[in-house]
Design a binder for this molecule. Sequence first.
Ligand code: 6PG
Length: 474
Amino acid sequence: MRTADIGLIGLAVMGQNLVLNMADHGYTVAVYNRTTSRTTEFVNGPAAGAAVIGAETLEEFVGRLTRPRRVMVMVKAGRAVDAVLEGLVPLLDEGDIVIDGGNSHFEDSARRVSDLRERGLSFVGAGVSGGEEGARNGPSIMPGGYEAAWPEVKGVLQAIAAKVADGTPCCDWVGPDGSGHYTKMVHNGIEYGDMQVIAEAYHLMRMVLGMTCEEMAGVFRTWGRGLLDSYLVNITADILGHVDGNGEPTLERILDAAGQKGTGKWAVISSLDLGYPLTLVAEAVYARVVSSLRDQRFEAAELVGSGVKQADGLGAEFVDDIHDALYASKIVSYAQGFMLLGAAASEYGWNLDYGRIAQLWREGCIIKAAFLDDITAAFRRRPDLPNLILDRFFADALGNAEAGWRRVVATAVRVGLPVPAYASALAFYDSYRSKRLPANLIQAQRDYFGAHTYERVDRPRGEFFHTDWTRPGG
Ligand code: 6PG
């Protein structure tokens, strides 16, 4: 009977493309799908002639796998993963390995690592990024979980992963528990932020400068050859340049109401749980929510007026300002994202290599960008860097972009155009570098109504005081 080196469960687009990628790299792959017809269609269709073995039952699927068995699960995050595990785990033997490549929540993955260990099995929660194109030709893969399994799955995962220029795979061991899926979650949060800062640049050029899609496509193409060289900037140039059968820009036909599957939201929730600011990503999540309130937006526009007041006297130099606002806000977003990774590592006891994580994202994933090399360099200079803003390279980059960034936010405020990501990033930047913030008044208010006490500037940290604000002299 033909045996397989690895198995994959879940033949949706991502699953199918990962299987074909594995087969391209010399692996024989057994495949199983709950709907058998999909297995048959795949094996006889896209996988025809490839080293792919279809199985109609889980028992047949498991029976095809060489030991230690390696099974990749590519199904919808949540209950579907647990349902697959309920049927699969009893068929596995000690030492076998399950890799979950879906967008699972990191707490679910941590639970699954523990649950499978009780049966002598290994669970790897691997974030996979890059969409169907990445899955087929090279995704970014962020595996974490039971580390003893890594040598058994390293070969196949690094073979199919995207590679940076020197051939290093964008796949390496992240850490224990749910750290792999946590890293993917932070990737997705940053992805939301990247998409929002790009969208705000587009909105400014379209609404304030009155530029056409074709003109904006040219700007993004130019930006994509410089500091903003990235997948998302480059596909934005393609999107802006795309015309329908009538020669009309396709983008103009698309409804301005954004969806979200929730991974960006998860990142914001985690930032609140851990007490770290992920303000730009939060604004990106809420910008999608506000965009979806389209009926209310139209009612508000009728009631209080809408539309962007024209801003006279703005020309090509304002496009350069927008570039600087986008770049500076992107730096803040990544600074916050890596700050959150550090907070999670501290909270959960993970030892994360932030410079390496930036390299995992260098190719294959949605946020892939040349910019990530600068992040790796910063963490190589200072592995315990608390925030990218504290690295001289990024401090200088923000300083150089600051004037244009401020002009863009000021102009947007003056003409009534929302730039939540640019503005929140600027507020974070100004707060993070302030020697004086108004939190002393917050402390006084809290002590006034709740006797929550406060520390003093002239006493050691950790000493707390209370004032009876209702009597003279306190
Ligand atoms: C990736 C993407 C992917 C994500 C989709 C949908 O890394 O390939 O992040 O995992 O699920 O982009 O994301 P939203 O619907 O949340 O925008």
